[in-house]
Ligand binder design. Structure first.
Ligand SMILES: CCOC(=O)CCc1ccc(S(N)(=O)=O)cc1
Ligand SMILES: [Zn+2]
Length: 261
């Protein structure tokens, strides 16, 4: 079903255009963010997240990343404000990371990568009936991107790394209830924002990106736990370690990056 894609030499980002021609479109993500070329918009207000009545459901390995899914049947956990005209409902979050000692973020800042990048994926349930419909609309999705840099242990990330052994193989899924992603946010919600796309196939140009300027700190040990995940299924005799699951920066094609104050 659908086209096979991955992050290897044969099926990686440089070959995605073959099955997903939009890969060469005009609003592809990620991009390199150049802070002093970003424009300060006074009317760009703060973003607000209210994840308090958050309802995580499960955590799974989809063969590309580890994903925590949320109940999005009502507006209990949303992001709003900033560049958004409506509240957008939290659907899932997932990560992208590198290999030992290599960078793994998707967005870069003045050419610099980070060890990893967390994506909180939200959809415009005011304008669209389903996530699937929103995922193909130009203002359908809002993804909050948070950089992870290595340093001290993150006090709450262990809630996730402690269960990764349960989702080691592609296609594995397990209950993961009551996790509130508010604990993964940095102290400052200052951000850059621009119009882009999904960073994996189907690469739909449907994302309003909101990238937080302040990274969160996680330890090398915690990051190493992500690298014990596998791209491959349990019955696959090739054990491919899940790492370097990031798309490199794409051409800006004249787009403007705006900065909150
Ligand atoms: C309905 C079909 O679309 C999907 O399933 C989109 C899944 C998907 C969601 C978010 C992202 S990211 N890395 O840009 O945050 C990539 C792919
Ligand atoms: Zn992502």
């Amino acid at each position: 079903t659908g086209h096979h894609w991955g992050y290897g030499k044969e099926d990686g980002p440089s070959s995605w255009y073959k099955n997903y021609p939009v890969a060469e479109g005009n609003r592809q993500s990620p991009i390199d963010i150049v802070p002093n070329e970003a424009s300060h918009d006074r009317d760009l207000g703060p973003i607000m997240t209210n994840y308090d009545h958050c309802t995580s459901i499960n955590i799974s390995n989809n063969g590309h990343s580890v994903v925590v899914e949320f109940n999005d049947s009502d507006d209990r956990s949303v992001i709003k404000g900033g560049p958004l005209d409506n509240p957008y409902r939290l659907k899932q979050f997932h990560f992208h990371w590198g290999g030992k000692g290599h960078e793994g973020s998707e967005h870069t800042v003045s050419g610099e990568g980070f060890a990893s990048e967390l994506h909180l994926v939200h959809w415009n349930a005011v304008k669209y009936k389903t996530y699937g419909e929103a995922s193909t609309a130009p203002d359908g999705l809002a993804v909050l991107g948070i950089f992870l840099e290595t340093g001290d242990d993150h006090r709450w990330l262990h809630m996730i790394t402690d269960v990764l052994y349960m989702v080691k193989y592609k296609g594995s899924i397990t209950d993961f209830k009551g996790f509130n992603p508010k604990c993964l946010l940095p102290s400052s919600l200052h951000y850059w924002t621009y119009l882009g796309s999904l960073t994996t196939p189907p690469l739909h140009e449907s994302v309003i990106w909101i990238i937080l300027k302040e990274p969160i700190e996680v330890s090398e040990k915690q990051l190493g736990m992500f690298r014990m995940l596998l791209f491959t299924e349990e019955d696959d005799d090739q054990k491919m370690r899940m790492e370097n699951n990031f798309r490199p920066p794409q051409p800006i094609k004249g787009r403007r990056v705006r900065s909150s104050n």
